[in-house]
Design a protein. Structure first.
Length: 309
């Protein structure tokens, strides 16, 4: 008998709360804004909070800790690890283990969030696959028990281990900070609750779906620049929204690269990583060689992509 991939009840309950609460918060925020109860500072906190926590995920969780695409100073590692944790996408080591499993089995049966593998044919299969890749997989697989298999090095690293263990603290701080800012600026509880709503919960909702769209949208729509052995796609809209993560075919072709957007493909995460390296806060940035890129290039697109020195 094939073992169940469903997560235990407690895991599904926590996941459900983490997904549903921001969704309900968005509905409430829209209703309040429709009634005129939305301030400029609330939108600023949403935007800045999204930018910072998204970069925590892309630079920290993804390129630094999961793929070891560069080395960072302890201050940078702690900062991006904490910011990534504030995105409420799960503890650091769980996140990294899930992503490494995805790369090891991309668009195969053991891929935790493929929209292609095992969902059937036709319209219903396509809808089922999209739902599974976007959010459904969160309640179907419990990767906490597999973290030691896919991310043993992160358990040995004191920084990633401590960030992971303090996940609940970072989540609380990610909600408390915008609440405190909103209350301090307005000197009212109303301002505090609006800060929590927009800078906390709505921000989490938006970033959740931006990240999940890499799993779903970027394995369905876009183009393939390189032979990656799967269905990953480059999607320019997601490339901008997700700070460079939307150049997903590039990433799957060269997963250890600190840079995802090549040529004129906008990659804010790479710009920041390179800036950190320029001031000595990052080093040993890994990039694919021109020869490696040429070997993997799909020439049918008829244009070259190079990585400048």
């Amino acid at each position: 008998m094939k073992p169940s991939t469903r997560a235990p009840h407690w895991h599904r309950t926590i996941t459900l709360i983490g997904v549903v609460a921001p969704t309900l918060a968005l509905a409430g925020a829209i209703a309040l804004a429709w009634g005129g109860l939305c301030r400029g500072i609330d939108l600023w906190m949403l935007g800045i909070g999204y930018l910072l926590t998204a970069l925590g995920v892309t630079i920290g969780f993804h390129r630094l800790f999961t793929h070891r695409a560069f080395e960072a100073s302890p201050v940078v590692a702690w900062t991006v690890g904490i910011l990534g944790s504030m995105s409420v996408q799960g503890p650091l080591i769980w996140w990294a283990a899930k992503h490494r499993q995805h790369h090891q089995h991309s668009d195969e049966e053991l891929d935790p969030h493929s929209p292609h593998a095992g969902h059937g044919a036709g319209v219903f299969g396509a809808i089922k696959g999209f739902w599974h890749a976007h959010v459904g997989w969160l309640c179907e697989r419990d990767l906490r028990s597999q973290a030691q298999r896919y991310a043993p090095d992160l358990f040995d690293d004191p920084i990633s281990r401590r960030i992971d263990r303090l996940f609940a603290l970072w989540v609380v701080l990610g909600l408390a900070i915008p609440m405190a800012i909103g209350g301090a600026i307005s000197r009212s509880w109303e301002g505090a609750w609006l800060g929590l709503l927009w800078g906390g919960l709505v921000r989490i909702f938006v970033l959740h779906h931006a990240t999940w769209s890499i799993n779903s949208v970027c394995h369905l729509w876009g183009w393939r620049e390189f032979d990656s052995g799967d269905e990953s796609r480059n999607n320019p809209v997601m490339g901008i929204v997700s700070m460079g993560e939307g150049w997903h075919n590039n990433h799957h072709a060269f997963p250890a690269s600190a840079r995802h957007g090549f040529g004129l493909q906008f990659d804010l995460s790479w710009i920041i990583i390179r800036s950190l390296a320029a001031v000595g806060l990052a080093r040993r940035l890994r990039l694919p060689s021109a020869e490696h890129m040429e070997r993997k290039r799909l020439h049918s697109r008829g244009r070259a992509v190079t990585v400048p020195p």
